[in-house]
Design a protein around this ligand. Structure first.
Ligand code: ZN
Length: 314
């Protein structure tokens, strides 16, 4: 029995069915990380508002949201005024700004896109979550723009521009960011974010994640992501302790967004959001984003969820 899981990088607000699927996996709080931008933010907010669990959305700095051709490849889509206006209308539901910065999402615009995301966020005192990995600008250029409370997701992304150098040292700009209060998040996802050897080297260097998140989509359920407890189990395999793994999915995640201030704990007086997980022993296959297969000896399975004191029928 652990506190209800809090998944700070999902795309659960893309469909009405998603929140219930996540709830059955033990997720009693989630953040939709930038599925939509200013133009269609009302759609993700509507799903978030009708979800049974506590949830909020991040607004994509790209006003058209996630686009196959790249959210902000056209820099005009990183529209500060439009994003500010959308947040102004939805202060209660928008918990931050998402900036996806890979070369196939923002291209050469990565630095300018992040600057604009900060312009938007700072006027409302909100965090920015950046999607790192395969950026064109080096992290030494991008990370100085991150402030305390901001979140770096996809922290185990392979080169170019991973957070660790070839000699196994975490980059100084990464250490500096953590010192000033930037959070580092897993963001499992399905393509290009998680590679076993990177995770191993980064953990070996002593740089543990602050939070786990699934980057949940319906497409991730049959493979790779599966569910949040499965994602957590990968890090048991990689040598983190059960306590560390649970903290990354509960109390640490609760600290990332003020909306979860009283969650992620089983302390007396806290809302009774609980995930019942079963830790099974055996041989379990885990797959990274590069089709790398590994075996683990333990895996967490969702067994039951309690939300606000009520057991959820599954
Ligand atoms: Zn995502």
């Amino acid at each position: 029995m652990v506190p209800g899981l809090i998944d700070i990088h999902t795309h659960a607000a893309r469909s009405k069915e998603a929140p219930l699927l996540c709830l059955a996996d033990g997720v009693t709080g989630w953040i939709d990380a930038g599925s939509q931008g200013a133009d269609r933010i009302a759609e993700t907010i509507a799903v978030a508002k009708s979800a049974p669990q506590l949830c909020r959305v991040l607004i994509n700095i790209g006003r058209a949201g996630i686009l196959p051709e790249g959210d902000t490849m056209d820099l005009n889509r990183a529209d500060v005024a439009a994003a500010r206006e959308a947040i102004g209308r939805n202060r209660d539901m928008i918990a931050g700004v998402k900036a996806r910065l890979s070369r196939d999402v923002a291209g050469q615009n990565d630095f300018e896109v992040l600057k604009r995301a900060q312009e938007v966020a700072s006027s409302f005192n909100l965090p920015v979550m950046i999607h790192m990995g395969q950026t064109i600008s080096p992290l030494s250029k991008l990370f100085p723009l991150l402030k305390s409370g901001d979140i770096v997701t996809h922290m185990f992304a392979p080169p170019p521009n991973s957070i660790i150098d070839d000699d196994g040292h975490i980059l100084p700009e990464v250490l500096a960011a953590r010192r000033r209060g930037v959070h580092f998040d897993l963001g499992n996802g399905r393509t290009g974010h998680l590679r076993w050897d990177m995770a191993e080297r980064i953990l070996k260097a002593g740089f543990l994640p602050d939070t786990f998140s699934t980057d949940w989509t319906p497409e991730g359920r049959p493979a790779q992501v599966v569910n949040f407890p499965n994602v957590m189990s990968k890090f048991l395999m990689l040598g983190m302790t059960l306590d560390q793994v649970i903290a990354c999915a509960t109390i640490n995640a609760a600290h990332a967004f003020p909306v979860f201030h009283d969650r992620g704990t089983l302390k007396i007086g806290a809302p009774a959001d609980i995930a019942v997980l079963e830790l099974k022993e055996g041989t379990f296959d885990f797959v990274d984003n590069f089709e790398g297969k590994r075996n683990g000896r333990q895996r967490l399975f969702p067994s039951a969820t309690v939300l606000g004191g009520k057991r959820i029928a599954t």
